[in-house]
Write a protein that binds this ligand. Structure first.
Ligand code: SF4
Length: 468
């Protein structure tokens, strides 16, 4: 999971990009970076750390220009090092000419990289963004293709999820994989500045009123000549007839104030809560409580449907970071204890419905339940806004291996016992499909193993395909 931004047509492109990146900080906290073009030179600044740590007025003053792209990274492929952080800047004989940042994972990365290395292309990182930009530059320079044709060629050969921004010296390009797995929205503010981002909340902060989805397999070019939208037929580049947006963006990853895939994220979460409540006609409880923050709206939907009070009994320390997306087990466990505390004298004798978005490894929720029990709670009924996560994600989300997923290690009743709750239920996958307008246009592979894109040259994915 990462966040991308792009700005075209403002003398304050770097400042605008920094604000947008800050708004997308929830999508990645390990590193961030920005590349800015002043029409002659593209300058790059990237480092490990949060946007506020890496960028300040001094660093931004060294990034003049009216085209900027930015990235916040959470590592899914490649280690958490500066080499793997984005954007990637490609030097040519004429100097640095192309900078690119991307969100999503390439499933046939290994095969494409080996082919390119055999062709003499050198890689500095293990990162998908570097592969994408070098693929495009190779197509342009060695096969004399236009940048648009090079991107189309990439869409044919390079499989996976990519919501991508590419800056040249005089233009900003944005393009998206044919399945539109990760979100990507763009628009123009009242002054005509073009802004693109992973999530619409980044457009809100820049007061961009007009906004649109980047179409599946679409390529958009912003240049002094104007904005050109190239709507390629996505079915030329994919096997399924429809898009496969990541349903987990609605359940957990995206901010509730974002709108993408045609839906308000908070409304999808409320619908998930209502669907969960429908399974609990006979359940009696005193209150509904989320594991904050991603489950807040799911819990609200549940509480409204059941006519129960909604309460925030768990208080979250917002400065710890998101537990699920810390890459190391040691850090993850430590974070849980630092992250939550109980309201004093609140839980004694109460029967609570505890709402969370998902169970992945099962360690976080077990520790949260332990903590709540210390408050003297009478009953805990745990409800999950996703079906059981049984399969890894290959499209840009850091899920653990199949073997590490708790749903593959224990039966549901065993998970309930290990978690220490009185009852445990997940949303049904068919109910989840009805929580969005067009449920057939989503990916549910981590629940049902129905992967829209498969790379059978990868041993892991081959075995996963056989199993599913
Ligand atoms: S496998 Fe799961 S997390 Fe990955 S894109 Fe599909 S729905 Fe999203």
């Amino acid at each position: 999971m990462c966040g991308i931004v792009g700005i075209f047509g403002s003398a304050q492109a770097a400042e605008m990009a920094a604000l947008a990146m800050f708004t997308e900080q929830h999508r990645g906290q390990e590193s961030c970076g920005m590349a800015v073009s002043d029409g002659k030179v593209i300058r790059l600044h990237k480092k490990m750390g949060l946007v506020k740590e890496v960028f300040n007025s001094d660093t931004l003053s060294h990034l003049p220009g009216n085209i900027a792209i930015g990235h916040v990274r959470y590592p899914t492929k490649g280690s958490a090092t500066e080499f793997n952080s984005q954007p990637h800047l490609v030097e040519t004989l004429y100097g640095p000419r192309y900078a690119l940042a991307s969100n999503g994972d390439i499933v046939n990365y290994r095969q494409i990289r080996e082919e390119m290395e055999a062709d003499g292309v050198y890689f500095n990182s293990d990162n998908d963004g570097e592969l994408i930009v070098k693929y495009i530059v190779r197509e342009m320079e060695s096969r004399d293709q236009s940048i648009i044709d090079a991107i189309r060629h990439l869409m044919k050969e390079v499989k996976g999820a990519y919501s991508t921004v590419l800056a040249t010296r005089d233009a900003l390009y944005m393009f998206r994989d044919p399945y539109s797995i990760r979100p990507m929205v763009w628009g123009r503010n009242a002054g005509g500045v073009v802004v693109v981002a992973s999530e619409s909340c980044a457009l809100d902060i820049l007061e961009v009123q007009q906004r649109f989805e980047v179409p599946p397999a679409g390529i958009i070019r912003a240049h002094n000549d104007g904005v050109t939208i190239i709507e390629n037929d996505p079915n030329l580049y994919r096997t399924a007839q429809e898009t496969r947006h990541c349903i987990f963006e609605h359940i957990y990853f995206s901010r509730p104030d974002s709108h993408h895939f045609g839906e308000n994220v908070f409304e999808v979460r409320e619908a998930i809560g209502r669907a969960l409540a429908k399974q609990d006609n006979d359940l009696e409880a005193d209150l509904v409580m989320p594991v904050p923050d991603s489950s807040n709206f799911i819990a609200m939907g549940y509480a409204q449907a059941k006519g129960l009070p909604f309460s925030l009994g768990l208080i979250r320390n917002h400065y710890v970071g998101r537990t699920f997306i810390k890459p190391l087990q040691t850090i993850r466990d430590e974070s849980v204890r630092q992250k939550f505390n109980l309201l004093p004298n609140f839980f004694a004798g109460k029967r609570i419905v505890l709402i969370d978005d998902s169970i992945v490894r099962g360690t976080t929720i077990r520790q949260i339940v332990e903590l709540i029990k210390k408050g003297g709670v009478k009953e805990i009924h745990l409800r999950l806004g996703s079906p059981q996560v049984c399969h890894p994600c290959y499209y840009g989300i850091d899920t653990p291996t199949r073997e590490e997923l708790v749903a593959n290690r224990f039966a549901l009743e065993e998970i309930r016992q290990r978690t220490g709750v009185d009852t445990l239920k997940h949303i049904d996958i068919n109910d989840l499909r009805h929580c969005v307008g067009n449920g057939t246009e989503y990916c549910y592979a981590c629940f049902n193993g129905d992967y829209p894109i498969r790379d059978t040259s990868s041993a892991d994915q081959f075995h996963e395909c056989i199993r599913s």
